[in-house]
Design a protein around this ligand. Structure first.
Ligand SMILES: [Zn+2]
Length: 280
């Protein structure tokens, strides 16, 4: 870029001052527009969050988290039902550098709840109640994950007064009114946290029900590398082949580890959701 600017200055010496100014302005525009393109020094990453209340099961994965120096976000729902032990475990995770976020006091789908009640009741019963309980437990959540991926623009507007980032849900395969709709992971733009983008983001479901392969993930990670963005994913309960019961919803621990291996190969670091929020 310095070379281009220099060239223009030399050429300008043969021209009138007005033309010189015009050329310098054009050079500047060129340099600025060039700077807005993805740059090699932008560090891309992944941000994985885990939802609900599987505190003991998440804590059991600490050796994996430490092995990959990975920082995650744990979105807690119904915090008033956590035992003292679980609260202590969450503090331990936070001390390790993970984030503890809010996932509602009741875990209701906001759209339905507001329709049947009111926005004020939703804020009081789902949000403020959760924040009060979590504050007593020693947590001050900065980001929020929508239960059931349900949101409305007017509840989001209210939520953004209390949280720096709202996380919704994305899936590779989706069934909309009976039609199966599939996208390539790298084409799901809303799961990439970009600099100076929206405070409303989505994360890709990595639970076994999402039927993702490691090839899907690898393809998605390539986009994060290319544009220096952060690819967001989320899951629920950690499952292993031996412990997985048919009625359980969650992600395969081996799959999570594969994601971490592939990210490390590409030098993608892990981000908490709060760190994603601070990119905005
Ligand atoms: Zn949930």
């Amino acid at each position: 870029m310095r070379y281009i600017a220099k060239m223009n200055v030399i050429e300008c010496s043969f021209l009138t001052s007005a033309m010189q100014r015009a050329l310098l302005l054009l050079s500047l525009i060129f340099i600025i527009s060039n700077c807005s393109q993805p740059q090699k020094n932008k560090v891309g990453g992944i941000a994985i969050s885990f939802d609900d209340r599987f505190v003991k099961e998440w804590t059991a994965l600490r050796p994996i988290f430490q092995k990959y120096n990975a920082k995650f976000t744990f979105y807690i729902t119904q915090p008033d039902s956590l035992s003292q032990d679980e609260v202590q475990l969450l503090h331990k995770l936070r001390k390790d550098g993970h984030e503890v976020g809010c996932h509602g006091a009741m875990h209701v789908r906001s759209m339905n709840y507001i329709w049947e009640n009111s926005l004020q009741e939703y804020m009081e019963n789902e949000i403020f109640k959760a924040l009060r309980t979590m504050k007593k437990q020693g947590f001050v959540p900065k980001t929020f994950a929508h239960p059931g991926g349900s949101q409305t623009w007017y509840s989001d507007r209210e939520l953004l007064k209390y949280f720096g980032l709202l996380r919704d849900v994305s899936m590779k395969h989706r069934n909309i009114f009976g039609f199966e709709y599939t996208r390539q992971v790298e084409d799901i733009s809303e799961i990439y946290c970009q600099r100076n983008a929206s405070q409303k983001v989505n994360a890709l479901l990595i639970d076994t029900s999402a039927k993702l392969t490691i090839e899907d993930i690898k393809e998605g990670l390539q986009r994060a590398v290319k544009e220096g963005s952060v690819m967001m994913m989320f899951g629920h309960k950690p499952l292993t082949k031996t412990t997985h019961k048919p009625d359980e919803y969650g992600f395969d621990v081996a799959f999570l580890e594969q994601i971490l291996v592939e990210s490390a190969k590409l030098n993608l670091r892990t981000f908490t959701m709060q760190e994603c929020a601070s990119m905005q």
